[in-house]
Design a protein around this ligand. Sequence first.
Ligand SMILES: [Zn+2]
Length: 290
Amino acid sequence: MIVDIHTHTFPDTIAAHAINTLKNSSGMMPATDGTIDGLIASMKEQGIDYSVILPIVTKPSQLETINRVAIETNEKYESDHIISFGSIHPDNTSYRQVCRQLAANGVKGIKLHPVFQGIPFDDIRYMRIVEAACYYNLTILVHGGYDASFPGVKLVTHKEIENVLRDVRPVNMIMAHMGAWGFWEDIIPLLSEYKIMMDTSFALTVPTPTGNDTDVLTGAKKERLDYRKLTNEMFCKMVRLAGAQNVFFGSDSPWNRQDVSADAIRQTSLTDRECDLILGLNAKRLLKIN
Ligand SMILES: [Zn+2]
């Protein structure tokens, strides 16, 4: 079974615009059209059994709509094996009530993105959301490290992550991009000290660059992240330090193809059992998929 715990889609009415905006800001070529139907087609074609969609509340005012759509998506696309998480902005003071309502409506987790939300991850506003989400048994998936759309922005590095781990001791918190994209050397010492769950998105595979370094809005030259990958050796070392039971397959679709991302894990020197855990069994257990 393959469960992709890290994907993104947009409502049909804004998908084309959202994908174009992100393509411009990140310099990455999308592998789907950004709609849920596009993701379902990708899953069917590429042999993915379940996909978890991770919406992001980038402005506090989006809270209600995004979480309502998440609940509706779970109902509408259950037979397509689509699972949507919800999301909360650090400035949403109703976070506790939101966690309770999401859990009561069967939503399995929330996504937090300190870079898109513009607040350091060890801010008390994040810590209290993490605590509340754990109380309601929600899985928390957090963007880690640099983000292609905001080169150089450091709001969720090993430092902020360690503060949250130490102060909150979250139960089920997954740090995307193997802990923190671009900070892998700094994450390694934390792996033996704390229980850290990680997803594999953007680690072994990197997207196809658009090759366009000009901002279409301003005409200015854009700074781009160099698409550095984790070496297979370092990836395996991190998996063994964290424990394969704590690592979850993610593609970050539409920014990477789901099959290419899954194959990259099989092509490392991990055992078949470790690959099976990472590619699906861990998520099956965590998200209670039958
Ligand atoms: Zn992502």
